[in-house]
Write a protein that binds this ligand. Structure first.
Ligand code: F6R
Length: 237
């Protein structure tokens, strides 16, 4: 793992964008995308750049089951708002949250990724070390799968919905094995809330208790963190 400590998200995003630019200077790319707050500045900089994604492909990590693409809490909507409204890709794939047939979604998504191997995957991390929706104890071999959300995630999401019944109970997510197939991973984490997970991911042994620790075994990972997220690290450059 290459660990880069940055002053802020602006600087972190510049490094990620430079990597994306480098891929695009050779050929159209296949980019694995994440949602959440950590990659937001990357998407802002990409949106304002002159980079051309019209021959490139994007493949998102995950989506809630049961939410329509135009639902403001869906990841389809998030990606539209934060990137796709400004940058059009040749194809943008996000798991189909409206398809209740999990097996079908899983097979289709794995086939998409097989047909379009991911050149660069952007990844964030949960406070418990999750990547995508892969919570602790998820198998490192897992492929795209339907995940039952934890009660704490369901409760935390409840505030965004008018009715408790609408709150998603499941999500579709690339598996850990799927994520690990990406040729290159750019990991971003900021703030003290991530410090423990970042420490466990980098300095502790690889364990399914901390899904992100699997990244220690990937040949090409760049970890971009601010000082707060890296505060507990022992071996920092
Ligand atoms: C999002 C995703 C999640 C987030 C993680 C961190 O597609 O897969 O694993 O990357 O929960 O979220 P933020 O960046 O909001 O702290």
């Amino acid at each position: 793992m290459k660990i880069i400590t940055v002053e802020d998200q602006l600087q972190g995003a510049q490094i990620a964008v430079a990597k994306i630019k480098k891929i695009l200077s050779h050929k159209p790319g296949v980019f694995g995308l994440a949602t959440g707050s950590s990659p937001l500045e990357i998407y802002r900089q990409l949106s304002q750049s002159k980079l051309d994604f019209s021959n490139s492909i994007s493949i998102n990590l995950d989506e809630y089951v049961g939410l329509a693409p135009n639902h403001p809490q869906s990841y389809h909507y998030f990606m539209k708002q934060n990137l796709f409204n400004s940058k059009q890709f040749l194809h943008s794939y996000i798991p189909d949250g409206l398809n209740p047939n999990a097996q079908e979604v899983e097979n289709e998504y794995e086939q998409i990724i097989k047909d379009h191997p991911i050149d660069l995957q952007i990844l964030g991390i949960g406070e418990n070390g999750h990547i995508g929706f892969n919570e602790p104890l998820t198998s490192f071999d897992s492929r795209t799968h339907r995940v039952a959300l934890t009660k704490s995630t369901i409760d935390a999401n409840a505030r965004f919905f008018d009715n408790a019944d609408e709150v998603p109970k499941y999500a579709y997510s690339m598996g850990i094995g799927t994520i690990m197939k990406a040729k290159e991973i750019v990991f971003v984490a900021y703030g003290e809330k991530k410090a423990k997970a970042v420490y466990q991911m980098i300095d502790e042994p690889v364990t399914i208790d901390v899904p992100a620790s699997v990244l220690q075994t990937h040949p090409n990972v760049t970890v971009i963190i601010d000082h707060k997220a890296g505060a507990l690290l022992k071996k920092i450059e």
